[in-house]
Design a protein around this ligand. Sequence first.
Ligand SMILES: [Zn+2]
Length: 277
Amino acid sequence: MLNIFSLARRAHRRVFYGLMAATIALGLCLTSAVRTAAIPLDLIFQGIRIIQLANLSEQQEVQIGAQINQQLVQSEFRMYRDPSAEAYVSQIGQNLARAGERPNLPFRFQIVADRAVNAFATMGGYVYVTTGLMLAADNEAQLAGVIGHEIGHINGRHLVEQMKNDAIYRGIATAAGLDRQMAVAIGVDLALRKPRSRADEFDADERGLRYLGRVGYAQSALPDFLQKLRSQRSTPAFLSTHPAPAERISNLNNKISQPGGAGLDNVAYRNQLSQFR
Ligand SMILES: [Zn+2]
């Protein structure tokens, strides 16, 4: 009996475009002095109005990621707050993150109560998986594969680059930079609705595959899970925001660097999930 399943519902989504319109109407504000990290986050958010995406510091990336996370958690997602489930996903994620290129980012792994099979990443270390995705995975290595892929998006700074391109395309970035509230609105939109590019997908896959190998998980689990999703009758949401599954599966299978690996015990994984409320 998987109680996690009975709690999984579609996340409540608020209308985003009203926010975008309001934010655009606010217009660009003047640059104010950059505050230091000793100041509470809320004050920093009020203090820095304009950000420079071209040379965004890691600290700023983390701060904007935290603000995007706040909006996702409060307005877009219905969170699945079972402490043992959160601890389980966090442990998998933290081990993979430590094996990555940016182990010092303050990574945070959270679960969204949603039957849709999906996973998200923002910037600065925030990763989300849905309860639907946890249930769709056959085993821990497959779940770890998706989490590793999302960490790959963060370590590759894919959303930072996409945000920059989006701001330029919309003509809302000036020589001074981009309004911070606008950056957060774009970040929320990108995380939820805009697909990553094929190049970003290949990059995140290869990074994720490396992390799986370093931690000791079976690398084959990532292409196997993509294949499983691809063969489902209705396309899972994860493949809409993470496109090109066929090419990715063959690329991943070619890049597997070590045979075998842990995390393939399907029964142990179902037992683990059944312990969540
Ligand atoms: Zn992706």
